[in-house]
Write a protein that binds this ligand. Structure first.
Ligand SMILES: Cc1cc2nc3c(=O)[nH]c(=O)nc-3n(C[C@H](O)[C@H](O)[C@H](O)COP(=O)(O)OP(=O)(O)OC[C@H]3O[C@@H](n4cnc5c(N)ncnc54)[C@H](O)[C@@H]3O)c2cc1C
Length: 374
């Protein structure tokens, strides 16, 4: 009989793990009261995310372990996307293939440089481009953008298409969905349990150092009268503030704020004004787009910004059980990017597979015990 697996959480991480485990023959159930569109604002970071698969343009000095994890996961994305396309043919998961990173002023450009210096350690060709070169690539860029970089290796996913594709592929592989979010680890009798509940982790596994960091985004819709959406992701630093524009088939996602200690699920007037004004400063043609949505999500963030992935010391089915649960959380700003690597490593741990040296190194970087509370 197939060994059974319960996965708590139907965000990008839980769904990726469930799908991959079911493909390997596990009898999988996913528990989440909100599968697909979330039932309440702020319920799922995956529903809100921009979808950038961006280890290089997210790089920052001091975060090299996260950069290495991102590069490893990006390398797995083409096969992951192709397998999804084969198993959920109705969804177009990739939204863009390339990225531009631009500075609005000379000071903005200078402020972006340390990130690119850091990304060189992972092999990025970081030649800076003049404004004219960038506008040849993306003609809608504002005429006064100072300069930037072109990253042909950084794609973006459509987060909602990705969730739909993962849910469809998982169902196709036999995964069952249970429309409940247990308030504590369920004694369900499954052989193994994976907790992948994002920012809600501390409610199920108290003491794990995952904190919610709020992010607000806007969705702008193109109309028949507007310029079409950009063809690639545009990330910008605009007079000291970050903004990004991630294309969708019918518009763009404009993001995002990063707010510590704000547990409110709504979007503030200030975020709305700042995101819009920075987006228009970079791509003036967006002025005629329609505001389709403003929403917020909570990124699950750890102290060193690397995820928590591995066995915990906690009993899977209550005190006295000799089985432990596996946690996969804390993906911070990079859960879309890190989903393929996370799913592969979780399945390898569940099946007790031989791991490559690189995978072992990745697991060490994400070991929940590194904060001495796993
Ligand atoms: C504004 C914003 C922009 C972002 N942009 C990007 C980006 O461009 N690229 C990128 O890679 N990442 C991005 N991220 C980060 C990314 O969204 C997260 O890292 C990722 O979604 C985390 O996935 P998750 O499955 O761990 O958590 P979530 O997506 O939060 O999913 C957790 C799920 O667990 C469920 N749950 C909660 N409690 C329980 C329970 N007790 N039992 C069962 N289920 C439960 C919830 O309902 C939810 O569905 C962004 C995030 C935000 C907020």
């Amino acid at each position: 009989m197939a060994r059974s697996l319960d996965v708590l959480g139907a965000g990008v991480i839980g769904l990726s793990i469930a799908w991959r485990a079911a493909q390997r023959g596990r009898a999988v159930r996913v528990w989440d009261r909100a599968v697909g569109a979330p039932s309440q604002p702020g319920a799922s970071a995956s529903w809100v995310a921009g979808g950038m698969l961006a280890p290089f343009s997210e790089a920052w000095p001091g975060h090299e372990p996260l950069l290495r994890l991102g590069v490893q996961s990006l390398a797995r994305w083409p096969a992951f996307a192709a397998d999804l396309a084969a198993n959920a043919p109705g969804e177009t998961v990739l939204a863009a293939q390339e990225t531009l990173v631009v500075g609005a002023t000379a000071a903005d450009l200078a402020a972006l440089a340390p990130g690119f210096e850091s990304a060189r350690s992972a092999g990025l060709d970081w030649r800076r481009r003049a404004r004219s070169e960038l506008r040849e690539i993306e003609p809608g860029l504002a005429a006064d953008v100072r300069g930037g970089w072109f990253l042909p290796e950084e794609p973006a996913a459509d987060n909602r298409a990705l969730l739909a594709a993962l849910a469809a592929a998982a169902r196709g592989a036999g995964v069952e969905f249970v429309a409940q979010s247990p308030a504590q680890l369920p004694g369900s009798g499954a052989d193994d349990l994976v907790v992948a509940v994002g920012a809600a982790t501390p409610t199920l596994l108290p003491g794990l150092p995952v904190r919610p960091v709020k992010g607000e985004i806007l969705r702008l819709a193109a109309t028949p009268r507007t310029a079409p959406p950009p063809k690639r992701t545009i990330r910008a630093f605009v007079r000291g503030r970050h903004v990004y524009l991630v294309p969708r088939r019918d518009g763009v996602v404009v993001g995002a704020t990063e707010l510590e200690g704000d547990g409110r699920a709504g979007v503030s007037a200030q975020a709305l004004v700042e995101l819009l004004s920075d987006a228009l400063a970079i791509l003036p043609g967006l002025a005629d787009y329609e505001l389709a949505e403003a929403s917020a999500g909570f990124r699950p963030v750890t102290p060193d910004r690397c995820p928590l992935l591995g066995w915990t010391g906690r009993a899977a089915v209550g005190p006295g059980s000799d089985r432990h649960c596996l946690v996969a959380t804390g993906h911070g700003r990079d859960g879309m990017l890190l989903a393929p690597l996370t799913a592969d490593l979780v399945v390898a741990l569940l099946e007790n597979e031989q791991l490559s040296e690189q995978d072992q190194e990745a697991l060490r970087a994400m070991d929940p015990a590194r904060f001495s509370c796993g």
